[in-house]
Ligand binder design. Structure first.
Ligand code: 6PG
Length: 227
């Protein structure tokens, strides 16, 4: 487990962008390429905008999604649209290196299967956020997806609007280096439960990434009892 705490959300976005850039660069140096999964929500935006200004080996990096809302790619709630506006439109990323989930499809289960087939053997990195209920991507507490060991992508119905989503499961993140990022007081209880609590992952899915790298601002770290 590695936890770094910054004084502000801005400093957190700076740190997260630096860490992501350095992890991508070292993976490309090691294996000649890097496959990154991005989550949605509000946390990644400021990080990706900063990352877009970094000098990365852009032609060696492939961009995937940790989850997508079942809306068209132009919809303001679309995670693809968020990443496009914060990164893909701002950095020299060849369009062929962006692999979006087809959230607009009505045949959701089929769309999940098709995306699973497009995934690389291993996603090297994942930038994940945490929900106030402890979810990551669209793997929500009590959902079948938490303990899914075979299917790499599932269509799920969750409590956070919009309800229908496509999500990677823990099976898709085997061997992946996870960067968990959380900002704001609203996340403090979930962060403590995920990092320190003894509840099972079915109750706090983000606890699956306890041993990985966590970047928090002071407000999100406020309830931690162990340094
Ligand atoms: C989504 C996200 C979701 C997100 C958390 C945190 O599509 O909604 O992938 O898992 O990371 O809900 O959301 P915020 O970053 O907005 O707090």
């Amino acid at each position: 487990m590695s936890v770094q705490v910054t004084p502000t959300a801005e400093a957190l976005a700076d740190l997260a962008a630096e860490r992501l850039a350095s992890l991508v660069a070292s993976e490309v140096a090691r294996s000649g390429e890097c496959a990154v999964a991005l989550s949605g929500g509000t946390t990644p935006g400021p990080i990706l905008r900063r990352l877009a200004r970094a000098s990365l080996p852009w032609t060696k990096v492939r961009w995937y999604f940790a989850d997508e809302r079942c809306v068209p790619p132009g919809d303001p709630r679309s995670n693809y649209r968020g990443a496009r506006e914060a990164l893909f439109d701002l950095a020299p990323i060849p369009p062929g290196l962006v692999f979006r989930m087809e959230g607009e499809r009505d045949d959701r289960d089929r769309a999940a299967l098709d995306y699973a087939r497009r995934l690389p053997e291993r996603l090297h990195l994942a930038l994940l956020g945490i929900g106030e209920d402890g979810h990551f991507a669209s793997v929500f507490p009590g959902s079948e997806a938490v303990e899914e060991a075979v299917r790499k992508v599932m269509a799920v119905r969750g409590p956070k609007p919009p309800p229908w989503r496509l999500t990677l499961t823990p099976a898709a993140l085997r061997g992946t280096r996870v960067l968990m990022v959380a900002a704001g007081a609203g996340k403090a209880p979930a962060v403590r439960r995920a990092l320190e609590g003894d509840e099972p992952a079915t109750a706090v899915p983000s606890r699956l990434w306890r041993a990985h790298e966590w970047l928090l601002d002071q407000a999100a770290a406020a309830e931690r009892t162990r340094a």
